[in-house]
Design a binder for this molecule. Structure first.
Ligand SMILES: [Zn+2]
Ligand SMILES: [Zn+2]
Length: 331
């Protein structure tokens, strides 16, 4: 998809399926993994130290967590328990499988404001959780992270995919279709408490990605309108610069490449074909209009097509010009 803000800053976004078992999306450090990290990072950065709870169900009650509803429900109960114990804000996310396991092992990761918790207090909280979640054998682990690298590591770890092969449990794979796994509670308007290393900043480009994920232009803060899908080859052909996590920044409208390289045009052929078809239909419909010459011009037809795809003309103006030759004389 391509998108543009009202100030003409243009971007492209790769469509990703986001499935945990997708070989592309499920991989560590994948574009999708980085998108997940970017969504949580601004919140996680407000936690001065991260308290990290992992709550795991015993074998005997895992079967109760085999539907989307039950996972959502349990997630809410976990949140409620943390809230009533005094945790005003937190992040939570399920892992569906353990480090090495291929058997379903749902456990929920909870990140909160962390500190060292005296053993007695921790014991009390654990028994409270076992009681309100109605499972006396819950396995609960707590640790906390003080340094930025540790916190970043935990963030990567918690947001990673764990359901790496659909065949591990087809039933669960189907059950969690469309499941909103990453959730947060509380208000997040505090100052940033820790920063990424320069390397991580360069590698992840998260400040830009985070805004783009929210549909905000990283250049000026205005909302971005996204279009219908266009081929990635086209984005590359018009000089899109990769910025990370499957996002590209497109060159400003005043700076078009001279022409589309034919090698890159090969990836756009199907798309071009559909453009031509739509253009042809538009031309047919306007056959009797007095300004037929105008509406029959390839650039006009291409603009009409772009409008139909919710692609703002200015960001693709240069493409319209380059398409002129391609479209000319084809209908
Ligand atoms: Zn995918
Ligand atoms: Zn902008």
């Amino acid at each position: 998809m391509v998108g543009e803000c009202e100030n003409g800053h243009a971007f492209a976004k790769k469509l990703l399926c986001g499935r945990e078992w997708c070989p592309t999306c499920g991989a560590n450090k994948s574009d999708y993994h980085n998108r997940r990290i970017s969504r949580w990072l601004p919140k996680a950065q407000q936690l001065q130290t991260i308290g990290y709870f992992v709550i795991e169900w015993p074998l005997s009650s895992r079967h109760e967590l085999r539907t989307k509803e039950s996972l959502q429900d349990m997630g809410k109960r976990v949140k409620g328990a943390f809230q009533s114990w005094g945790y005003k804000r937190g992040l939570r996310r399920w892992h569906f499988f353990g480090e090495s396991g291929t058997t379903y092992n749902p456990h929920i990761n909870v990140l909160v404001d962390g500190r060292w918790i005296p053993p007695g207090e921790l014991r009390n909280f654990k028994s409270y959780l076992r009681q309100v979640l109605d499972e006396p054998q819950l396995i609960i682990n707590y640790s906390y992270r003080k340094t930025a690298p540790e916190m970043m590591h935990t963030l990567r770890y918690v947001t990673r995919a764990t359901f790496l092969d659909q065949s591990w449990d087809y039933e669960i794979a189907e059950a969690i279709y469309g499941f909103q796994n990453s959730q947060s509670w509380g208000t997040w308007k505090a100052e940033t408490q820790w920063e990424l290393s320069m390397e991580e900043k360069d590698e992840l480009n998260l400040t830009q990605i985070e805004k783009l994920e929210r549909g905000i232009c990283p250049r000026c803060g205005e909302p971005i309108t996204w279009s219908n899908p266009v081929p990635l080859a086209l984005v590359e052909a018009i000089g899109g610069k990769y910025i990370g996590a499957g996002y590209y920044e497109l060159p400003p409208p005043g700076d078009p490449p001279k022409r589309l390289p034919s090698t890159q045009m090969q990836g756009c052929e199907d798309w071009l074909f559909s453009v031509k078809q739509v253009a042809h239909n538009i031309a047919e419909n306007k056959r009797d209009e007095p300004d037929y010459e105008v509406v029959h011009s390839p650039v006009y037809l291409f603009r009409e097509y772009l409008r139909g795809q919710n692609i703002k003309t200015s960001s693709m103006q240069r493409v319209a010009l380059m398409m002129k030759a391609k479209l000319h004389g084809k209908y």
